[in-house]
Design a protein around this ligand. Structure first.
Ligand code: G1P
Ligand code: ZN
Length: 543
């Protein structure tokens, strides 16, 4: 074992948060950089010696090199055993599943989620704790603090470990087991969903297309959708995991998964389409010529949960991030279960799930999951939808339209203003914050402001309070405008404006949400004086 003296502090410009440390590959390739972060994790953890750690990632460039470094440092720090996904592959939800199933003390995920990969792309590393979820802020802050003062890391000198052959090995006194990255996860999915029912539906000629975006879920989708469920070969497209995701941006949305959207728009196209992101935690669901908004998806899964074996006993409660539409609230009300509204970010769901206050949760940003893991889970959402479609024998669009009939339609759109000058964005938010008390009663055309506030969250489980989580303008009739600055952008600031309105009367439903929300969209820009502060007259991305 070697103790390597280091003198640099690696994370001075951007602190690693609960989504881990994400940087350009080139930054991670600097001497001692990754080593410092990994040693900082072990320095902060207690009681891990002799325990089991899970290691895997999304297959992006530098995962393999990073894994070898991590294994050598883990061995030098007294880890008992590491479960490595073969080829260093494990989707983010699969890491969560494996940690829980094998009672590991934690796991390391090598991924930068939906960010582009390759030598000039991004790399990332994230630490997950024993419940399978991302390390809470208290831990990530300690890791960051430790990284600033660390002066050495421990590493064993050894040849590279074979991570491509299933089975057990040894590195110093540490055991290494290379595991099938799919088996545990697939078994969990098989317990939750009615695979026979989906298989029969596929045999009846139902056609699905899953776009793996050359990311981690390719092999999972081949194994589960094609091999286990019998979807014809070719149903999974872009299924080969590539280190640079084929040069694309592995984010499942209307822009980056355009070819899938186009395929579903065709007369003779597939009946069902879905895509997931780089590390397999985000999802997009499409019917024939039909896009299901993530907010609607969450509400519809909740409303129909008892049709699926894993949720046949019903839901204890549900949760959504604050900017996610209120469609789920109406479902919770009708089911007479609690609906929690949390700040943006997956970490806030962890406590609610651990305390069994909720069964399902989701965000408008294409993230949905349940108490089966502690991460969002893309393929899980896809299987849930397939199970519903198969059990009801109804197409996606019909299920959504029936939902709108019963609960009304919640129009929803998100307008992003990317790479805005940070100071300008901050000024805009401050000015609007100052205006909030004066807004109630003001009118914009036919809209009336009935309330305005800044969202804060009191965690009902641990009592912690999170303030400054977005500015909200409540309009008459349940419509809403929300403003917040992104916490994940890398260049300048990203202003996100979330706009929603509810229409109960289905004879008035408009299939173009931008048109249906025209007045609210105009009010949103005027109220915050977006053009004045940012010099932008239109958003860069509309979802
Ligand atoms: C974005 C999404 C948020 C998600 C996060 C991590 O954060 O809006 O819902 O949890 O990415 O995937 P934001 O950039 O808005 O802070
Ligand atoms: Zn992701």
């Amino acid at each position: 074992m070697r103790r390597v003296q280091v003198w640099t502090t690696p994370f001075d410009d951007q602190r690693p948060g609960t989504s881990g440390l994400r940087k350009k590959v080139k930054v991670f390739q600097q001497p001692h950089y990754l080593e410092n972060f990994v040693q900082s994790i072990f320095d902060v953890l207690k009681d891990y010696r002799g325990g089991t750690l899970v290691l895997g990632g999304d297959g992006r460039f530098y995962n393999r090199e990073a894994a070898q470094i991590i294994l050598r440092i883990a061995a030098a720090n007294g880890v008992g055993k590491v479960l490595v996904g073969r080829g260093v592959i494990l989707s983010t939800p699969a890491v969560s599943c494996v940690i829980r199933k094998h009672r590991a003390f934690g796991g390391i995920v090598l991924s930068a989620s939906h960010n582009p990969g390759g030598p000039d792309g991004d790399f990332g590393i994230k630490y997950n704790v024993a419940n399978g979820g991302p390390a809470p802020e208290a831990i990530t802050e300690k890791i960051f603090a430790r990284s600033l003062e660390i002066d050495a890391y421990h590493i064993v000198d050894a040849a590279d470990v074979d991570v491509d052959t299933l089975g057990s090995g040894q590195l110093g006194s540490m055991a290494i087991e290379v595991i099938d990255p799919i088996a545990d996860y697939a078994a969990l999915m098989e317990r939750l969903f009615d695979f026979d029912c989906i298989r029969e539906h596929l045999q009846r000629g139902f056609r699905l297309r899953f776009d793996a975006m050359h990311a981690v879920n390719g092999p999972y989708a081949h194994a589960i959708l094609e091999e286990k469920l019998g979807a014809p070969a070719g149903s999974v497209v872009r299924g080969e995991s590539l280190e640079d995701f084929g040069g694309l941006h592995p984010d499942p949305n209307l822009v980056h998964a355009r070819s899938l959207v186009d395929a579903l728009a065709q007369e003779d196209g597939p009946d069902f389409g879905a895509a997931t992101d780089g590390d397999g935690d985000r999802n997009m669901i499409l019917g024939r010529g039909f896009f299901v908004t993530p907010s609607d998806s969450l509400a519809i899964l909740a409303a129909n949960a008892t049709r699926v074996p894993g949720y046949a006993d019903g839901l204890t409660g549900v949760a959504r991030s604050m900017p996610t539409s209120s469609a789920i609230d109406r479902v919770a009300e009708s089911l007479n279960i609690a609906c929690y509204e949390t700040p943006t970010g997956w970490k806030f769901f962890g406590n609610l799930l651990d305390a069994d206050r909720i069964t399902l949760c989701g965000e408008e940003s294409f993230g949905t999951s349940s108490n089966h893991v502690r991460e969002k889970d893309g393929l899980w959402a896809v299987l849930f939808w397939l199970n519903l479609v198969a059990a009801t024998r109804k197409p996606v669009a019909a299920l959504v339209r029936e939902h709108w009939q019963q609960f009304g339609r919640t129009y929803y759109t998100r307008h992003d203003y990317e790479q805005v000058d940070s100071a300008a964005a901050g000024d805009m938010m401050s000015a609007l914050r100052g205006e909030l008390p004066k807004l109630p009663g003001r009118r914009y055309g036919s809209l009336e402001i009935v309330g305005a506030d800044e969202f804060a969250y009191d965690d009902p489980v641990d009592g912690s309070r999170s303030e400054g989580q977005g500015l909200r303008i409540h309009l008459d009739g349940g419509a809403r405008i929300v403003y917040r600055l992104s916490g994940t952008g890398t260049e300048g600031a990203t202003l996100r404006v979330y706009i929603e309105a509810h229409q109960m009367d289905s004879s008035k439903h408009d299939d173009d949400p931008q048109r249906a929300l025209e007045e609210q969209i105009r009010a949103a820009a005027e109220l915050a004086r977006i053009a004045h502060f940012t010099n932008r007259t239109a958003p860069t991305v509309i979802t």
